[in-house]
Design a protein around this ligand. Structure first.
Ligand code: B12
Ligand code: SF4
Ligand code: SF4
Length: 364
């Protein structure tokens, strides 16, 4: 019965748009000590929610989250391959466009995956014929999602620290459903397919990737442009290039993402229950920097409603845009940056000032 149930659950997960599914136990994750050392060393930067006592104890013992949990269903939902960008920057437009990370090209997965996870819980309850204690997460739970995914057989943790599946690559989100029923466990993913490759380490603009398969968030562009609420350290600003929200570089160079993957051709549109093709990516993946810098609070809220970019808030996003303009060094952006010197947000004003100095010094 249990194996049959697992097969049916995995079929249902596929119907809901998940491309990988595996079962693991609620035992302590295998690399809990790596995480504890990481927070001890301050690699979490300002993300205090990763380092408090609650964060540490729950990650070490998933049963603290749901004492009745007997199994955890780990799932992967695809997001677009960055190669599917709506606009390919040309030599002419390169200086005027910024890049938004591919995971943000659809509606926010924190919102849209909820319904799909709830549907799976309802399906399981209908199959067993009674309510089941459960708890689901995607991203925001106090758990080590990649460690659990590796133990559920979904893939290995690469040197870029992402979970990689040999058939699918790494362009997917993880989600977990804690279940108060025992289910047969999948075999952990034992192989490490990184071998002697070091492409991600070599390509990372800020050398944020550490040798023990963790990231120093203080240096990571994803952190600096999304989670960081303050200023971007001056010495790192030139390394951001045209990245205005998140960073895909260490995944783009990974050979496991270079292959053509059929699932990627029809990325799950997280706003609907139907898969869609690349033509339906709605967001402008490479927005024009000058117009982004003039977004009013109302325009920003409207443009990024339900989109992950809203996490950076207008002040964080415009801060990033100002840095990208400074890096582009195009004198055509001087009037827009001068107007930003009067922005309502001190953070935007400060970074616009830096960008103007950069452009002037590059023009000399
Ligand atoms: C904090 C966080 C960040 C931080 C720190 C990233 C990091 N790698 O730690 C920042 C803001 C930088 C970030 C960036 C991104 N993130 Co993030 N992030 C998280 C979050 C909330 C916690 C991760 C964490 O605990 N880090 C602490 C360190 C210590 O843990 P770790 O990286 O998991 O390290 C483990 C391994 O190194 C392992 N380990 C060490 N040695 C070895 C050896 C072997 C053989 C093995 C198997 C394991 C192993 O032990 C460690 C402990 O488990 C998770 C969601 C979650 N709750 O897990 C999402 C998550 C990791 N992020 C995700 C994504 C998509 C991103 C970005 C791609 C977004 C973007 N485009 O900008 C980038 C990728 C950057 C990168 N290369 O990691 C996805 C990753 C999906 C995947 N396929 O792996 C997750 C799982 C969210 C989700 N639900 O989908 N993120
Ligand atoms: S996301 Fe970008 S900055 Fe962060 S580790 Fe990867 S390549 Fe480096
Ligand atoms: S780029 Fe190479 S080393 Fe880095 S994660 Fe991919 S296979 Fe591993």
């Amino acid at each position: 019965m249990h194996q049959y149930l697992v097969t049916k659950i995995k079929e249902e997960a596929k119907k809901q748009g998940f491309i990988l599914a595996g079962i693991t136990s609620p035992e302590a994750p295998p690399h809990i000590n790596t995480y504890l050392d990481w927070v001890e060393a301050g690699r979490h930067a300002s993300m205090g929610y990763l380092a408090d006592d609650r964060a540490r104890s729950r990650r070490a013992d998933p049963n603290l989250i749901l004492p009745e949990a007997e199994s955890i269903l780990v799932l992967a939902a695809p997001y677009p391959d960055p190669k599917l960008a709506t606009v390919k920057p040309t030599q002419d437009t390169k200086k005027s466009k910024g890049q938004i990370s591919a995971y943000a090209w659809h509606n926010d997965y924190h919102i849209t995956l909820k319904e799909k996870l709830q549907n799976i819980v309802t399906f399981i309850e209908n199959e067993v014929g009674h309510p089941i204690s459960n708890r689901w997460y995607t991203d925001t739970g106090p758990i080590l999602e990649k460690d659990l995914a590796q133990r559920a057989g979904l893939g290995w943790i690469g040197k870029n620290t992402c979970l990689i599946n040999p058939k699918i690559g790494s362009y997917f989100f993880l989600a977990e459903i804690f279940l108060g029923i025992p289910l047969p466990l999948d075999e952990p993913f034992a192989a490490d397919h990184c071998g002697t490759c070091t492409r991600c380490l070599d390509a990372c603009p800020t050398q944020a990737i550490l040798p023990n398969r963790t990231i120093d968030a203080n240096l990571c562009i994803s952190y600096l442009t999304i989670e960081n609420k303050g200023e971007i350290p001056e010495e790192l600003r030139p390394k951001l290039g045209d990245l205005i929200f998140g960073c895909d570089i260490c995944q783009e160079v990974c050979p496991w993402n270079k292959k053509a993957v059929p699932e990627r051709k029809a990325p799950l549109d997280l706003s609907k229950s139907e898969p869609v093709d690349e033509g339906q990516i709605k967001i402008d993946t490479h927005p024009t920097l000058i117009s982004e810098l003039s977004l009013t609070p109302q325009e920003f809220n409207k443009k990024f409603k339900n989109n992950p970019v809203k996490r950076a808030k207008r002040r964080g996003y415009l801060r990033n845009v100002a840095v990208a303009l400074g890096n582009a060094g195009d004198s055509a952006s001087i009037p827009a940056l001068e107007r930003a010197l009067d922005d309502i947000e001190p953070l935007v004003r400060d970074h616009a000032k830096w960008a103007l100095n950069e452009i002037k010094s590059k023009g000399e």
